[in-house]
Design a protein around this ligand. Sequence first.
Ligand code: OAA
Ligand code: MG
Length: 569
Amino acid sequence: MTNSSSTGQSEKKRPLYIRYAGPVLLETPLLNKGSAFSVEEKRAFNLEGLLPATIETIEEQSQRAYQQYSQFNNDLDKHIYLRNIQDTNETLYFKLINDHLEEMMPIIYTPTVGLACQKFSQIYRRKRGLFISYPDRDRIDDMLQNATKQNVKVIVVTDSERILGLGDQGIGGMGIPIGKLALYSACGGISPAYTLPVVLDVGTNNQELLDDPIYMGWRQKRISGDEYFEFVDQFIQGVRRRWPNALIQFEDFAQANATPLLKKYQDQLCCFNDDIQGTAAVTVGTLLAACHAQGTQLKDHRVVFVGAGSAGCGIAEQIVAHMKEDGISEEQAISQVYLTSSKGLLTDDMPLRDFQQKFAKAKAEVGGWSSNVQNISLLDLVRESKPTILIGVSGVAGLMSEEVIKTMYASCPKPIVLPLSNPTSKVEALPSDVIEWTEGNAIVATGSPFDPVSYQDKSYPIAQCNNSYIFPGVGLGVIASGATRVTEEMFMTSSDALAACSPLVKGTGDTLLPDLCEIREVSRYIAVQVGLKAMEQGVATKVDREVLERAVEQSFWLPEYRDYRRTSF
Ligand SMILES: O=C([O-])CC(=O)C(=O)O
Ligand SMILES: [Mg+2]
């Protein structure tokens, strides 16, 4: 929790002048306090008679809500219950989440949010965020005006084509921006008043949704090509007119669109792609912590990827950048990194996407690694290249088979294994299996949360190498420093900052990544480092370290009620 002597705290204690009253005030989630309105407020805001007599503290409200929450015995129902609190009283929602972050994060975020996206239309209750559909493309400015939030600082936008490892979810993908922004507030201290989730409804190619009478999105096949890119651009330009400084986070776009959109906009506005850059940053941060624990450097490693999409290539780029910082040439670094797709090792005789090209190996050199002339399988590759790090970003469950892991372990006594695909159902290998197949010698981290593994009387904590360690801190750093761009260097800095917070690196514990209960401190630390990097690179409006540190503290929002006074009209 933020230290209560910070100026930020006393700022928040100042009364808030508001113009809503009566039932409308109770129906406004950002302002509603429910049973916590004081006697004076009830009188001043025409709430008398609308609430029970007892006036409660937010702690008491949180306890009741937790009791109700605990009565649900399946995760989706818990998710629906929490979303309902979010849509009626946002302050209480975040108080509850903060009080039970470890327990509730898997409910509001991966893995449960995946199911919530799949069943979005079935479990839909109330509006949240903006649904911008292709047929309404000429009215985007009006739609942005209609947003409940006026002073938006962070937008998470998806077109839902690649929701986690679950593919095209149509407008159901809205669950992801909602979940990500909940973490911006819970972990990164960004007030929910500043956040806006957006889904671009460009149709869906998910036939099940198209056939489902209850589906709530635009019932058409996805638009593509120029039509698609023009539509995304209309949205981006609309945002620039409405909130010129807002940070835009691209989330869960299909890889064919994710990289071109990032390339197109990253030098034009304040934006990033979480799946490419956030995932890369958290993975490299985790690897740096693991290297530290082993007494190695990243440049000492050989890395095999299971999955060669934009996330895999994004991580590979960052690994190469860090290996270069360790003192080896780019060429040498690339030669130590291998990417595999469903067709096996990427080689120069295959059709490749732009972003894959530099990692393709010369078939003439590696052809002998397999008896199969067409392609080199993951197993052949692992046997021949003897990796020390194995990273799963395939979205396909089980690809890190027992044979693959045991083959890796045969030539690497301390393998680092990261099956990162989300949600849990898509993980490339279960941590318990990896620990067993390597006789307890592997360092394992996953994208979704897993319980510690016990193996031969020892307990092995499984770090959750998820971009949620990165994006809240990066966002806070961007806002606090007034950054106008999000550079690759700012992401590299976030990896180093995360690694510096690792209990293994600090010598305070045996886990690779900090506990969730420390995530607010971690986010603040990352924010300051990212803000400093933005200043160094000349993309920030704040230029002084002290001012930046104060801004991070002051802008860190906490779920506390403020006293209300009535605005006189
Ligand atoms: O949301 C998560 O858990 C991580 C992520 O961005 C993804 O898998 O697309
Ligand atoms: Mg994502």
